[in-house]
Design a binder for this molecule. Structure first.
Ligand code: MHO
Length: 203
């Protein structure tokens, strides 16, 4: 897969970031994902010193293949947007990268509420900063099965987190994507048999 030269970036909070990393990573048109901390003011947040930040997933996507509106729909469909999270760490929040995204988020949130007949707990704010999370939180679905995580990390090296293929496999390992999409990708990859077998078990 040749990544597009022009991508756009979107950032969302939707509970524990492992889940949306996998869900959005499986999405056609998404080029890269990473998880991190945003939406607060505490300097240099980390998992155990989060301060007032929230766990977020950041995605780079190809705007020719995927619209911000479609991304928002998938974002809302993958978490409980109607309930207020027990901790700020897990709040539902759209962190807009520009005025356009901000206006679209407000607009689509109203449409969602009208459609569902319920109000959304999702906040909409401008993104002020993003701190990438610790490596062990990136592509967590793959890492949580040691043979897959270790072998893919060895195979992809420094490109592991930023790879489109790894983002897809991470999503597929969580049960996302459709069988045709999974088969097509697996057929195109020259993966070690152990990884192939373990992935198949997860799909
Ligand atoms: N329930 C999960 C949350 C982790 S997530 C990165 C756990 O504590 O294992 O916040």
């Amino acid at each position: 897969t040749v990544p597009p030269s022009e991508t756009e970036t979107a950032t969302f909070g939707a509970g524990c970031f492992w889940g949306p990393d996998a869900r959005l990573g499986a999405h056609e048109g998404v080029v890269r994902t990473r998880v991190g901390y945003a939406g607060g003011t505490t300097p240099e947040p980390s998992y155990y010193a989060l301060g007032d930040h929230t766990e977020v997933v950041q995605v780079e996507y190809d705007p020719d293949e995927l619209s911000y509106e479609d991304l928002l729909e998938t974002y809302w469909s993958c978490h409980d947007w109607a309930s207020t999270a027990p901790k700020r760490q897990y709040r539902s929040v759209v962190l807009a990268h520009d005025d356009d995204q901000y206006e679209t988020a407000l607009d689509r949130r109203t449409a969602l509420e009208d459609r569902a007949g319920r109000s959304a707990a999702t906040d909409a704010e401008r993104l002020e900063g993003f701190t990438r999370a610790e490596e062990y939180h990136q592509k967590y679905e793959l890492r949580s099965t040691p043979v897959i995580g270790d072998e893919l990390e060895a195979l992809y090296g420094d490109a592991f987190v930023d790879s489109t293929v790894v983002a897809r496999l991470n999503g597929f390992a969580a049960g996302h994507g459709d069988p045709a999409q999974r088969d097509e990708l697996l057929a195109a990859l020259d993966l070690p048999p152990t990884v192939r077998t373990e992935l198949r078990r997860r799909f």
